[in-house]
Design a protein around this ligand. Structure first.
Ligand code: FE2
Length: 362
């Protein structure tokens, strides 16, 4: 006798998988403490362009302790983490939010109830809400951009045909996904701590059987990886709008990948982009690698926030610099949220306070 569990989202309407457990997934032995992880908000109403020096975030040994929320609204929390040790002593699940972990530095294995996904520089790891996981790092110098999403993270519908297959013009395809492999089927009983995040609190529940006890599963709701290096950029003779970089979609924000690509190839094109008024969304940009043509004085791990309501655009000198350039090596992750973002105290500690004046000509 195996114990079947339906693992689904959006009530019974969304993606789901069926899991088959060795033991009942309901055997709670002990309910321990409940710890408040709600971030401290420093700026509730923001109309200032911001720049955070992300690599200055404090490394921490524990994976959960290392996760520092930088920006948030009622749909998403965005943060940075520099975990030094693997998460192996307990299990973790987030019941409220799908998680996106973007691996900027470090390699290792995401161990989940569905199997394991090895990761490296440039991987997005998408972990549906409710997935029990651990994470093992090969070294201690790890850098992660993370997002906790209160609506499911999907790939854009417009990239898919009526049946759901990715179309040829999609910038990625099914082959690019890193699926969970090497299912771990544990049959042990004992004390297994799962730290469960719900409503900003972390509950400590001890279960009587090993959480990774599936003998098998199938379905469409499972964690997966996708490398930003496999995103095939869409380019044109004239400037292509930011949606060509879209990688993931939700009801409340989008995630875009800015990858090395050819610049606009019309003979009279000026490759640096226009100034633009993102009236409907706050734009967070995380700088991963390469030369950021439209920005001055940017380093790896920097995070910019350009709030809805005021235009932003290339820095002085960027247009001139861009003329005649054929390609860019920039690599960046953008998250555009439809509701304004608040900033935490942890974010303000990393801030360059003069950034908002950086478009003034000297
Ligand atoms: Fe922008």
């Amino acid at each position: 006798m195996y114990y079947e569990q339906l693992f689904g989202t959006i009530g019974f309407d969304g993606m789901s998988s069926l899991m088959y457990h060795n033991h009942r997934p309901t055997m709670v032995k002990e309910v321990g403490p409940c710890i408040d992880l709600a971030p401290d908000i420093a700026v509730g109403n923001n109309l200032t362009s911001r720049m955070l020096k992300g690599f200055n975030v404090k490394p921490e040994k524990d994976f959960l302790d290392s996760r520092k929320v930088m920006m948030l609204n009622s749909d998403i929390q965005i943060g940075l983490a520099a975990p030094q040790k693997s998460l192996t002593e307990y299990f973790y699940k987030n019941t409220d939010a799908d998680e996106m972990l973007f691996i900027h530095q470090g390699t290792g294995t995401l161990r989940t109830i569905f199997g394991n996904i090895s990761f490296e520089y440039g991987d997005y790891l998408i972990i549906p809400r409710g997935t029990i996981y651990q994470i093992e790092f090969d070294g201690s110098d790890n850098r992660i951009l993370f997002a906790e999403s209160y609506s499911p993270i999907y790939t854009p519908k417009r990239y898919r045909n009526w049946f759901g297959q990715l179309l040829e013009h999609s910038p990625f395809c099914e082959r690019d996904y890193k699926l969970p492999e090497n299912l771990e089927t544990h049959d042990e009983k004992g004390d297994f701590l799962i730290k469960i995040k719900k409503q900003g609190m972390v509950h400590h529940l001890v279960y009587a059987s090993h959480p990774f006890d599936l003998v098998g599963w199938d379905g469409y709701n499972f964690p997966y990886g996708f490398s930003i290096h496999n995103f095939e950029p869409i380019t044109g003779r004239v400037h292509q709008p930011p949606p060509v970089h879209q990688t993931f979609e939700t009801d409340s924000y989008v995630i875009c990948s800015f990858c090395p690509r050819l610049y606009d190839y019309h003979p009279l094109a000026i490759p640096a982009p226009y100034n633009h008024s993102n009236i409907d969304s706050d734009e967070m940009l995380y700088y991963v690698d390469g030369d950021f043509m439209s920005r001055n004085n940017i380093e790896k791990g920097y995070v910019s926030l350009h709030p809805a309501g005021i235009p932003h655009g290339p820095h002085p000198g960027a247009y001139e610099r861009s003329i005649g350039q054929k390609e860019t090596a920039e690599l960046a992750v953008m998250i555009d949220t439809f509701k304004p973002l608040q900033l935490t105290k942890a974010a303000i500690e990393l801030e360059d306070p003069d950034y908002y004046k950086s478009w003034l000509e000297h």
